[in-house]
Structures are given as structure tokens and as C-alpha cells.
Write a protein that binds this ligand. Structure first.
Ligand code: SF4
Length: 258
């Protein structure tokens, strides 16, 4: 039987998911549990019923649809005209966990010279990363918390795995965009920002993007009847202080609105 992948959404004309205009395929399933996750419907590896916001517990729909690689290919290729400077991005969830299942599709897009990008937290097995490196031209990689215990306690990831993968990326032929989610207090503490600055000193990258945390996923959490973390507002002053700290160290970073 042909491989099927659990897709929660395919979004067209995306301008912040890699270079140019892109079609983004959101895959379900993530091995982390960041309290601030903006895509809570993509954490579970299973289809999930969701409910109307109101008190009635009548199911309103299901997050996640099994799609064959052929179906995904046909969907993304309807936008081929827009891929001159753009392409296809896989997001999630953690799309790098699905690289081996996606490989025939990645190979086909690669052979047809379609740019492929993925957004990743990078806490993934090396074998999956190696498949990505065969076909993808760009990776957007989160830098969240660079301290082992805090990582484990906050989102459950093993920092050693992340750093091993970063090392592989740093020596690979792929464009890397680092993305720093600014989530008070988890990632914004001065100690963490200092670690991020030190970390970036020795890394090769195309760009560094600062993303201000937000609460836009509130309705999704409610629809899943799931507890959520209200991200405290980061003031303009705090944002400028963090950006200046990074710039002062010779790292050119941009605030990215997504
Ligand atoms: S890694 Fe991304 S998708 Fe996974 S829980 Fe964290 S924010 Fe959500």
C-alpha cells in the first residue's frame, strides 16, 4: 500500500516559510511539547477531533487527514507557477521526523528542481536529518533554550541531540536560517540570550530571525480542550534590548513578523 502521511493543512502563498512564495505542508506529530506552541493541533501523531468554542461538546471536525505522497505532490504542484524563487516548505509539528516516509516525494520534487525547505526544532534522529540533507536546499532551525536541564524540563528535548545535529548542519551544503522564538521568560532570560549569541558566533547561516511570541493559538487550544500558556507580552524596549545585544556581537538579526 502506498505510504500515507498525516497532514493538517496545506497553505498557499506563504511569504515567511523560506525564500520566495511557498506552499507549506503542515504535518502532524512533534516529539517536543513547548508550552508556547502556536500549532497545538500538530503535536499529536494521530488525527484529533476538535470542538466548537462554545460549551457544546459536539465535535466540529478533525485535525489531520491521511494523504498519499501522490496526493500531496498533486496539491503542491498546482502552485508550480509561483515556485520560480520559492517552492515547497514542510512544517508541523516536526516535519524532520517524517523524512524517511516522505523520501520518494522529496526525491521527485528535487528531480523536478523544486526548492524544498523545512521548519524544524532539530531534536530529531540523525538518519532523518541525513535524508533531509539529500534533497532540501533550506532549513529554518529554531534556537530555543541552550541549557540541558531547562530544555528537558520545558519541552522535553535532549540538548545533546540538537547540538549533534547543529554540528552536522554546520558542515553540510544547505542554507540555514536560524529562528529565535522570544517567549518570556523561557527564551528571553539574559543568560539564554548570551548563550544564543555565543552559539551563533561559530555557526554558518543565511539569516537570523527574531520572532515575538504571541497568543494567536488561543482558539485552537480551546477547540482541543487543552490547557495553554498565555505568552506574556514582550515590550518594544525588551525586544530592542535583545536585538541590540545580538547586533553588538556582529550577528545581523531581523525581527520577523509571522
Ligand atoms: S517544536 Fe514546534 S511544533 Fe513542536 S511543540 Fe515546539 S513549537 Fe510546537
Amino acid at each position: 500500500m502506498e505510504t500515507e502521511i498525516l497532514v493538517s493543512n496545506i497553505q498557499r502563498f506563504c511569504l515567511h516559510d523560506g525564500p520566495g512564495i511557498r506552499t507549506t505542508v503542515f504535518l502532524k506529530g512533534c516529539n517536543l511539547h513547548c508550552p508556547w506552541c502556536a500549532n497545538p493541533e500538530n503535536i499529536s501523531f494521530e488525527p484529533q477531533q476538535y470542538f466548537a468554542r462554545e460549551e457544546s461538546k459536539e465535535p466540529k471536525g478533525v485535525y489531520g487527514k491521511w494523504m498519499s505522497l501522490q496526493n500531496i505532490y498533486e496539491e503542491v504542484m498546482t502552485d508550480k507557477l509561483y515556485y520560480k524563487n520559492g517552492g515547497v516548505t514542510f512544517s508541523g509539528g516536526e516535519p524532520l521526523l517524517s523524512m524517511s516516509k516522505l523520501e520518494p516525494l522529496l526525491k521527485r520534487l528535487y528531480q523536478e528542481k523544486i526548492s524544498i525547505c523545512a521548519e524544524t526544532a532539530l531534536f530529531v534522529p540523525e538518519e532523518e536529518l541525513q535524508i533531509a540533507l539529500k534533497y532540501l536546499d533550506t532549513l529554518i532551525v529554531d534556537i530555543k533554550i541552550l541549557e540541558e536541564e531547562k530544555c528537558k524540563n520545558t519541552h522535553g528535548g535532549t540538548l545533546k541531540t540538537y547540538l549533534r545535529n547543529i554540528n552536522i548542519l554546520n558542515n553540510a551544503d544547505i542554507d540555514v536560517i536560524y529562528r529565535i522564538p522570544l517567549i518570556k521568560p523561557y527564551t528571553t532570560e539574559a543568560e539564554n540570550i548570551n548563550r544564543i549569541v555565543d552559539f551563533l558566533q561559530s555557526k554558518r547561516y543565511l539569516a537570523v530571525e527574531l520572532i515575538k511570541g504571541h497568543n494567536l493559538a488561543e482558539k485552537k487550544y480551546q477547540s482541543l480542550d487543552k490547557e495553554w500558556y498565555r505568552v506574556p507580552e514582550l515590550s518594544d524596549e525588551e525586544l530592542c534590548t535583545i536585538k541590540s545585544k545580538i547586533l553588538q556581537n556582529g550577528i545581523s538579526a531581523e525581527i520577523c513578523k509571522i
